[in-house]
Design a protein around this ligand. Structure first.
Ligand code: ADP
Ligand code: MG
Length: 321
């Protein structure tokens, strides 16, 4: 039996038309991405800043209209959803962003902030909602007396707990977490990651987890996709990926993770330079100008994403390992 697919994307593109020096050009933020997210898994998307991770998250949840392609959620084409259908989908699929402070109204007590989605979705009377808010606060490690405090009275980690409680309020099944711990101190990151892990078990959740930080992804994700300039360059189970990355970009990202044990030898594939502009990406393999393994073929021919084993794909003419 194959695992049930909760979200599937086929050939998804998101091009932003912008003006540059008076000319109309397209920013190819997401360029021809296909992926399947299996019910119950945490699917990671990694890559440097500007690779298109957030845009991918937005189009998969129809927070932005896509330029091309199809997204199915639980077998339903998201493009075809009516207004009530979309509201129902919004209840099932919640979002946690990087910056909890800007996501909270500074004038609203946090009890009211957590209650808000329950009111929007018409769930329960006042007494029910009051109980529910306390239950949610307990779930994320906040104390009852926190209910009547304002966002500025909390630390960054606690504020992200408030956001998580609010996301859970309506009983979602899918959560898009876009850099959910990137704004937090490293010591706090692990606590919030562990909370998300526990909640995933307890609440039967599926996650799309976006991060530029590979060590975070290694801790929480089951499978991942590596993005480079709007495209997926590698996918696979997290454990196999970290053991034997196939794409030189993946290798470079892994090598860039600070190692706490100095006796571990570093591979010398330091990633130099920035991600090129998605307006005018390099010909052939987008990564070739930064790739220390490039050959002539890479300069003229774009490699397709292909299966290297049943559960691993790579877009590289000369995969490693
Ligand atoms: P990431 O989340 O990986 O850092 P983003 O998805 O935010 O990447 O951005 C991908 C690319 O799309 C970037 O070059 C960014 O400047 C561009 N981009 C994102 N949103 C817009 C927009 N609304 N209009 C024009 N360009 C955009
Ligand atoms: Mg982003």
């Amino acid at each position: 039996m194959t695992d049930p697919i909760l979200l599937s994307a086929r050939n998804v593109k998101k091009y932003y038309p912008i003006k540059k020096k008076g000319k109309s050009v397209l920013v190819k933020a997401v360029d021809d991405i296909s992926l399947d997210i299996i019910k119950g898994e945490t699917f990671g998307v990694v890559g440097e800043s500007g690779c298109g991770k957030s845009t991918l998250g937005k189009v998969l949840l129809r927070l932005e209209e896509l330029t091309h392609g199809i997204v199915h959620y639980a077998g339903e084409n998201l493009i075809n959803l009516s207004k009530p259908g979309l509201k129902g989908f919004r209840k099932k699929a919640q979002i946690i962003y990087q910056d909890p402070f800007s996501a909270l109204n500074p004038k609203k007590k946090i009890g009211a902030a957590i209650e808000e989605p329950l009111i929007i979705h018409g769930m329960g009377n006042r007494a029910f909602r009051r109980e529910k808010v306390l239950e949610l606060m307990d779930k994320v490690g906040l104390r009852p007396e926190h209910r009547d405090r304002y966002p500025h009275e909390f630390s960054g980690g606690q504020r992200q707990r408030i956001i998580i409680a609010r996301a859970l309020a309506v009983g979602p099944e899918f959560i898009l977490a876009d850099e959910p711990v990137s704004a937090l101190d490293v010591s706090i990151q692990a606590q919030v990651i562990n909370l998300l892990k526990d909640l995933k078990q307890d609440e039967d959740l599926t996650f799309l987890f976006i991060s530029h930080d590979l060590s975070v992804v290694e801790h929480i994700c089951d499978r991942l996709a590596v993005m480079y300039l709007g495209r997926i360059v590698e996918t696979g189970p997290v454990e196999d990926f970290f053991k034997t990355p196939f794409h030189p970009y993946s290798r470079a990202l892994i090598d860039a993770v600070p190692v706490t044990d100095p006796s571990i030898a570093l591979h010398h594939t330091i990633l130099e330079g920035d991600v090129p502009s998605p307006i005018n990406p390099p010909l052939g393999c987008h990564f070739h100008p930064r790739c220390i393994f490039r050959q002539d073929l890479c300069k003229g021919t774009m490699p397709k994403l292909r299966d290297l084993s049943p559960d691993r794909q790579v877009a590289c003419h000369f995969p490693l390992a």
